[in-house]
Design a protein around this ligand. Sequence first.
Ligand SMILES: [Zn+2]
Length: 128
Amino acid sequence: MELIWQKKSAWSVAQDAQTKQQQLLASARPLQELPFRLRLHYRCDDPRCRGHEQNITDWEVGALYFKLRHAGRDIRTAAEETRDAFERFFGDDYDTWLFVGTLGPAKPTFVVTGLFYPKADRQTRLFN
Ligand SMILES: [Zn+2]
């Protein structure tokens, strides 16, 4: 898993418009931009697989990052702790599944939109 620092220009025009629209509502908090992207590198079951790289856009990435920032971590530390927290879901202790989708027809790139990470069932594995 890789942590990539995101340039400020990556904040899209559409996100800016959405933020301004939300600011019109008194109770809504403006969207906050993450200063980084998490990218996942993996190989699928295809024996010819040369590997895949996808951004993780799961909302939990931002939720954890901003929680750590609120708790006083600096930007880099909060980002690295967020990456480390997600990295553990790809270890032996979890049987992680990925929800993968696209950003729509204009952007056919696949991204990881969510993770399901139940604890690995070690007892069942003994009999497989
Ligand atoms: Zn593959």
